[in-house]
Design a protein around this ligand. Sequence first.
Ligand code: BJW
Ligand code: ZN
Length: 260
Amino acid sequence: MVRQGELVDEQLLDQAADRLRRAEHVCVLTGAGVSAESGVPTFRGAHGLWKGFRAEQLATPEAFASDPPLVWKFYNWRRELLADVRPNPGHTALARMETILPRFDLITQNVDGLHQAAGSRNVIELHGNLWHVRCVACSYQRQVVGEKLPAEPRCPHCGDWLRPGVVWFGELLPTDALDAARRATDACDVMLVVGTSAVVQPAALMADWARQHGAAVIEINPEATPLSSRATICLPGASGQVLPRLLDRLQPRADSPGTG
Ligand code: BJW
Ligand code: ZN
């Protein structure tokens, strides 16, 4: 494991860029930290997520069953906040990498849709999407991108509660997303893990799936995580700064031979 100082050293970036440049298949796993510089609060941190609640208190089927209006207040607050945020240079750099590198899969735990807004195409959403709602009782579901929902949204078909189309603790991840993530981690030769505390399963295991198949793991995070000691290279810093510097090293230079 290579970790150094507070600032990401040029040599470390060169090493990481070299791994990426030589890779035939790159897989990325992102978490809330990649959206932090867009102004989206992370889940675990000094200030908690919302009014002092922890994710484990609100993002559960039990919380919703016992107090749906409270849980909807939390999600409507987040949806309102998201309506005004834009992708940051970290999201944009990942979208650009997808167009440069031969094979590129982006797995995200985020539900904010900012990777897609930045132009990423091949996005695997492990924990659903905040702009999706579905009925708890019937098969009704709908995309509600940018829409303001009532404080207590109900199903237009059966009148039961609508719920956010996200994955709560204790719930299974969507099978297609989990299968796609497994295929990507098993096949990649470099895995980039960006802005996740690496504590929520099964996402937290994915870098190990990749390592078991021989992939190098590059972590980008201002803080050490439970994954750091097993990563091949740690780039300690904010993704909105580190990813563009990595991208810069992957782009063909205008003045290099053969680029006109
Ligand atoms: C920056 C930065 C900058 C800051 N640049 N970085 C095995 C053992 C024990 C428990 C379990 C287990 N397997 C499953 C479980 C249960 C549970 C679990 O993992 N619990 C743990 C807490 C222990 N998992 C589940 O229940 C999952 N389901 C499942 O496994 O089903 C099968 C099963 C069920 C039950 C039992 C056994 C098996 C479902 C998990 C669903 C998670 N859902 C949430 C909410 C989504 C909806 C919503 O948004 O409201 O997903 S919780 C929340 O955490 C959200 C996130 O996607 C997820 C991960 O958080 P993330 O992204 O890592 O964010 P943070 O805030 O934790 O970290 C931010 C990081 O960014 C930090 O490191 C910062 O340093 C960094 N950072 N600024 C770069 N500028
Ligand atoms: Zn219904």
